[in-house]
Write a protein that binds this ligand. Structure first.
Ligand code: SF4
Ligand code: SF4
Ligand code: SF4
Length: 283
């Protein structure tokens, strides 16, 4: 087994110790090694499967990470990692651990691993991906995808309205007091919207494409990501399996034809295109 399969675990350990020395919170020593372990394990499981079934490793990895981010951190630290909650504390000038999560997973981290968080660690998709959907999803139009911009505006205006218009006392009432409740309420709404949407559209990523404002936050840094899916166009037989199986509807073949790495900001590094390519074109 190659050494690189353990890299996610080693990277998780390194980030954990770095953050522990910087911020002196023991929780980092649990969260990041656990995330790294789950990804390494997912990769090991993936290797036991063939074709599209390889994605079971990633799905198990996301399921293992989910309780760590959705339950352990909010409960132990009484924090809200939702975009709206982080916007609220930042507007109050408090750069707590919710902000650190955002900075690592969604702003600076994507400069290295693109939308790897979306592919491997998102607690919403960790559920959506296990729902019983039929294999006949239709491509969602760009017009409908623009709904995300509206959600993003609401997600930023709502905390601004609370802080600057209603004079909501974030430090007294919210930070370490009501944060966790808001986190669970916010996620509850996301699951209430996302589960029916997934079942209606037969698309495990329809929530990402239509509603989730986080996808937009990650688009810019993802453009500069160091880790991308690479292509070796010469071996391609234009079978179309990569395009058909991409959960984010990326036009993989366009990049293959141009012999270019996949730079589409919708790519979540799930590796499904790699798994289904019969000729090892995608690396
Ligand atoms: S776009 Fe949003 S819901 Fe989809 S995987 Fe990324 S963070 Fe999760
Ligand atoms: S391009 Fe490949 S790695 Fe990216 S989202 Fe589509 S299937 Fe996943
Ligand atoms: S799956 Fe592979 S061979 Fe088929 S079109 Fe995509 S890159 Fe080409």
């Amino acid at each position: 087994m190659k050494f690189r399969i353990f890299l996610p675990f080693l990277i998780g350990l390194s980030i954990a110790f770095l953050l522990y020395f910087l911020f002196h919170w023991w929780g980092f020593l649990v969260i990041f090694p656990w995330i790294g372990f789950a990804i390494s394990l997912g990769n090991i499981i993936s290797r036991t499967q063939k074709g599209i079934k390889k994605n079971i490793g990633r799905k198990i990895s996301a399921l293992l990470i989910m309780p760590c981010l959705l339950l352990f951190v909010p409960i132990i630290n009484n924090e809200n990692f939702q975009l709206e909650g982080v916007a609220l504390i930042v507007m109050a000038g408090f750069f707590g651990k919710g902000f650190i999560h955002y900075a690592i997973a969604k702003i600076f981290g994507p400069l290295i691993w693109g939308r790897g968080f979306c592919g491997w660690a998102c607690w919403s998709v960790a559920i959506f991906e296990w729902l019983p959907v039929k294999n006949n999803k239709k491509k969602i139009s760009d017009k409908i995808k623009n709904i995300r911009f509206l959600v993003l505006i609401i997600s930023l205006l709502l905390p601004a309205f609370l802080v600057f218009v209603l004079n909501y006392d974030v430090r007294r009432d919210y930070i370490y007091k009501q944060e966790m409740l808001w986190m669970f309420a916010g996620n509850g709404i996301y699951f209430l919207l996302g589960i029916p949407l997934t079942l209606i559209t037969n698309d495990t990523r329809s929530f990402c494409k239509i509603i989730c404002p986080v996808s937009l936050v990650m688009k810019l840094p993802t453009q500069f990501a160091a880790i991308k899916i690479k292509t070796q166009g010469a071996n391609c037989t234009s079978c179309g399996a990569c395009n058909k199986n991409c959960p984010m509807d990326v036009d993989v073949m366009k990049y293959v034809k141009g012999n270019k790495p996949i730079t589409d900001s919708e790519c979540v590094l799930c590796n499904d295109c790699k798994h289904v390519c019969p000729h090892g074109v995608l690396k």
